[in-house]
Write a protein that binds this ligand. Structure first.
Ligand SMILES: Cc1cc2nc3c(=O)[nH]c(=O)nc-3n(C[C@H](O)[C@H](O)[C@H](O)COP(=O)(O)OP(=O)(O)OC[C@H]3O[C@@H](n4cnc5c(N)ncnc54)[C@H](O)[C@@H]3O)c2cc1C
Length: 437
């Protein structure tokens, strides 16, 4: 017989989101809480395999991307105080977003309006025209640019580890090394089966929060929820720029996205918090959330595309812009020449010979429905469960505030009760969330 454990709330997944929710609940919820994670430590997947930029919300349309915009804005101060308090790296070196086509200057103009609407201060950004840009950053080229001064480079993996440590110190149980393989709703809660190298365990939860990143849709589907959605996995590859590169860029360099209908950005030049410089990521379509190697497994990908529901995928696969994008993204996954060529559009001096190897790849899990890519995170609920789907960039930036948003949603719908003394707006990260959501 497998071991049996009982909790009031169980969170599946110790990525940045599950860890942030666990920590906030540990401060506000009176009952027994556990996090089940298939790996031995927190934050091993997307939360450690990303660009590592705390994004300021200048590029997020306050109407269409409201939740991500507000989460990013509120979380900025929360992350900064966590970094200061615990000595975690925080490099506020800013991001320069380049207009590589004349028309992109319209987006650059919109960014200043969106920045203000989303709560940024005027001194946190600047706009350059072509001449101003070449004087300010002679190594890049473009029609102009938006400079976000306060974007910061961090290690989200280290941040995730720290919040999980705080959550455990605050009383939650971390069940590491067990993968949830089944979840069934009963009249009183959720019955989960989990297994791992140490054996099998049955976990009963009064309420379950599914934050399992690349697996969250399949867990929701198993519980007959979110059936209209399908998920596609896109691997982002990074390439390391070695010390032979003579350029000394002061900021991350992004470009205004070319394909706004699709959730891909063109590759960037990234400054890492530990001093490394990288190019990337691209977006290569892969079969699973854990396809980190650069091998192309077309058989598994084909089977993935046949998984139900197929209609959203069929619609995309007959879209010629999408197909040509998928092809070109694969090219820059295989070839460092191709990645360098893409980056030369905005950093003309970047030669292939400056690239020394591959960085750590990460996989984005994008939800699609019959209208195409879903723009925001999706919260799907049943009586005893909440499933957080499509939690993509700038998800790591927004996680602390998004965690509060998810908890407030559950509290307001009567699904969980918090301590009478609990005030979500005054947790130990000392920030204001007030009436933002
Ligand atoms: C290439 C790339 C670059 C990005 N760059 C940035 C950036 O610069 N800034 C930013 O803000 N955001 C960025 N993001 C987005 C950000 O990284 C994600 O939004 C965030 O990490 C998602 O966190 P998560 O906790 O939802 O998922 P994850 O980190 O994937 O965590 C999910 C956890 O669930 C566990 N799990 C899965 N299935 C099970 C199961 N069955 N049982 C138990 N455990 C399970 C996994 O092991 C994992 O630990 C980027 C994303 C990608 C892909």
């Amino acid at each position: 017989m497998p071991d049996r454990k009982e909790f009031d709330i169980v969170i599946i997944g110790a990525g940045v989101l599950g860890s942030a929710i666990a920590y906030e609940l540990s401060l506000a919820f009176p009952g027994k809480i556990a996090v089940i994670e298939k790996e031995e430590t927190a934050g091993k997947h997307t939360s450690s395999r990303n660009t590592g930029v705390i994004h300021r919300p200048f590029y997020l349309d306050p109407q269409k991307k409201r939740i991500f915009a507000e989460s990013s804005q509120v979380s900025f101060g929360m992350w900064k105080s966590l970094a200061e308090k615990h000595g975690l790296p925080w490099m506020e070196n800013g991001t320069l977003e380049i207009a590589t086509r004349e028309d992109d200057m319209k987006s650059v103009e919109s960014y200043s309006k969106w920045a203000i609407s989303n709560g940024m201060r005027e001194e946190e950004f600047r706009i350059f025209d072509h001449q101003g840009l070449s004087q300010y950053e002679p190594l890049v080229q473009g029609y102009g640019a938006f400079l976000s001064v306060t974007d910061a480079c961090v290690s989200f993996g280290a941040f995730t580890g720290k919040i999980m440590e705080l959550a455990v110190a605050s009383g939650i149980e971390f069940i590491a090394g067990y993968s949830v393989t089944d979840a069934v709703e009963t009249p009183d809660g959720i019955l989960m089966k989990a297994s791992g190298p140490k054996g099998e365990v049955e976990v009963i939860a009064g309420f379950m929060v599914n934050c399992s990143g690349g697996d969250s849709l399949s867990i929701a589907h198993r519980m007959h929820l979110a059936k209209k959605y399908a998920v596609l996995h896109f691997r982002g590859d990074y390439w390391v720029v070695g010390d032979s590169y003579p350029g000394r860029m002061r900021h991350n360099i992004y470009t205004v996205p070319k394909h706004k209908k699709f959730p891909f950005l063109d590759p960037h030049f990234i400054l890492r918090q530990d001093g490394r410089r990288e190019l990337g990521p691209n977006a290569a379509l892969v079969a699973t959330p854990y396809d980190y190697s650069d091998q192309h497994d077309s058989g598994s990908l084909f089977l993935k595309l046949l998984e139900r529901p197929t209609l959203p995928k069929l619609k995309l696969l007959t879209n010629s812009e999408f197909i040509s994008l998928v092809r070109s993204e694969w090219k820059s996954s295989r070839s460092m020449d191709e990645m360098a060529r893409r980056v030369r559009e905005f950093i003309p001096g970047l030669e292939t010979s400056y690239i020394t190897g591959r960085g750590l790849s990460g996989v984005r899990n994008s939800l699609i429905d019959s209208s195409g890519f879903v723009p925001e995170a999706v919260l799907e609920q049943s009586d005893h469960s909440l499933h957080i789907l499509n939690y993509n960039s700038p998800g790591a930036t927004g996680a602390p505030a998004f965690a509060l948003y998810a908890i407030s949603t559950l509290k307001d719908s009567g699904k969980i009760s918090l301590r009478s003394s609990a005030k979500l707006e005054s947790s130990s990260w000392a920030r204001e969330i007030s009436s933002l959501f």
